[in-house]
Design a protein around this ligand. Structure first.
Ligand SMILES: [Zn+2]
Length: 473
């Protein structure tokens, strides 16, 4: 840890605090600064320092920080190193899980390779692959009804993901005798390719992979001319472990634990800087800003960086299910964030409309209103992420995100700026999810909003009590 970083972490306005207030000599009670001053310690410069470090990790690790690889473990090392240097007690939780390791994913059409991403936890093709004609759906059909798949027996169906969902589409194709499914997700960026996941593997009985919209539409066009393709998809479940990382304040009421975090892993297809390096960096910088006062906070703060969120909340689910009832009861709430610096940014505050979640959302709203920052309230369910593991066990959750795959409406363009008709994050789960594509203004304001709400809940027993006691509707 260098001096420049320390200065950024503690802010010019706090400079009166001597930098020799160290971790090893705790508790000569410097009063905890206001939530406003702690939030101001989350600067663009400090956030970008962390995100450039994570970008560098990806660049040195084959281009990604995928949950299953060295890019993730190096990310954990970086965050842990910064936390230890700031004086936190840091713990790692090892999480066993079943991964799906893809060994081969190739498609050739007319002798030319077409990039494919095997859907995780779907059946493999034979080792030598399968050669079959391509089948398209009748014009105007969605692939959501059995009747959309007449004559696909033995063929490889190419289709866009539709509203009924790719599980249902794939099941209908399989029931009609299709040999495999190639699916694409239509977006304004037709060259993007999104890897899918069989969330319920038993529902998937034939091989499946995704292609880009451009390639998918091209295959469909050529299907009328009897195009045959060669598809090889090979993968298998494999035991692995991932890591959850925690840092906890030395002080604060252990019966009122305020948790805040984000997932530190990324998909295997990119560096994952907005998703979710942004929240990892925001959480880290908030922790660093709070570090000099960690003995003085009112409520205990537990910062978390989750592993393998991208395989659907692997780390956070393990954490929640391995808490005792007593440990669960001590956790007052969880704050989570996602995609804080989306390039075509929005600002969404998660609100269940009642209960502790609503109290937290009102804290966000109050802060954002005072900062004259615009936002919309949205259900926590609208963002698939680690907080959804806490909700079912009755722990109130709150959070914020900058928008993901959804298309910005004209009304949202009027509210947030940017471009209507485009995705909030066109680089979501893509190789271009890099530090240079962030909206750094959105990143900083959203990170500060998280820091402010956390600081407020850490320093005021009343606010935590309000979160805990608010009746859910
Ligand atoms: Zn993601």
């Amino acid at each position: 840890m260098n001096i420049a970083t320390l200065r950024r972490a503690t802010l010019a306005s706090l400079a009166v605090l001597t930098l020799t207030v160290t971790v090893t000599t705790p508790a000569r009670a410097a009063a905890v600064p206001s939530a406003d001053r702690l939030a101001a310690g989350v600067t663009t410069g400090a956030l970008l320092d962390h995100l450039r470090a994570l970008q560098s990790v990806a660049d040195r690790s084959g281009g990604d920080r995928g949950y299953d690889g060295v890019g993730f473990t190096r990310s954990v090392d970086y965050v842990e190193g910064r936390l230890r240097a700031a004086g936190y007690r840091v713990t790692r939780q090892t999480v066993p899980y079943t991964d799906f390791a893809v060994s081969t994913e190739t498609l050739t059409a007319g002798g030319a390779p077409v990039p494919v991403l095997m859907t995780r936890f779907t059946p493999s093709t034979p080792a030598q692959g399968l050669t079959a004609p391509v089948a398209a759906l009748p014009a105007g059909s969605t692939g959501c009804a059995a009747g959309d798949y007449l004559g696909v027996t033995g063929r490889i169906v190419v289709l866009p993901r539709a509203a009924c969902g790719y599980t249902a589409q794939q099941q209908a194709a399989a029931a009609a005798g299709a040999a495999a499914v190639l699916i694409y997700y239509p977006t304004p960026k037709p060259d993007n390719n999104y890897r899918f996941l069989a969330y319920t593997p038993d529902d998937f009985t034939i091989p499946m992979a995704s292609v880009s919209q451009r390639d998918g539409e091209n295959l469909i066009k050529r299907s009328t001319a009897g195009l045959r393709v060669h598809l090889t998809l090979r993968g298998a479940g494999t035991p692995r472990t991932t890591t959850n990382l925690f840092a906890e304040t030395s002080g604060g009421d252990p019966d009122n634990v305020v948790m805040a975090g984000g997932h530190l892993d990324a998909v295997t297809e990119g560096p994952g800087i907005n998703d979710n390096g942004s929240t990892s960096a925001a959480t880290l910088q908030t922790a660093l800003a709070l570090a000099p006062y960690q003995a003085q906070v009112t409520n205990k703060v537990r910062f978390a960086w989750w592993g393998a969120e991208e395989l659907v909340d692997v780390g956070s689910a393990y954490y929640v299910t391995h808490l005792s009832d007593a440990e669960r009861a001590r956790i007052a709430l969880l704050l989570n964030g996602e995609l804080l610096g989306s390039p075509n940014s929005g600002r969404f505050v998660w609100d269940q409309g009642s209960g502790g979640s609503h109290v937290i959302a009102d804290l966000f709203a109050g802060y954002l209103d005072r900062q004259k920052l615009r936002y919309q309230r949205t259900s926590p369910d609208s963002v698939g992420s680690d907080h959804l593991e806490f909700l079912p066990v009755g722990i109130p959750v709150g959070g914020i995100d900058g928008g993901n795959l959804g298309l910005k409406t004209p009304e949202q363009q009027a509210l947030f700026g940017g471009r209507a008709g485009q995705m909030f994050d066109p680089c979501y789960h893509q190789p271009c999810d890099r530090v240079e594509n962030l909206d750094t203004s959105a990143l900083t304001t959203n990170a500060r909003a998280m820091a402010w709400v956390l600081a407020r809940l850490a320093t005021s027993a009343d606010d935590v009590r309000a979160v805990r006691t608010a009746p859910a509707s």
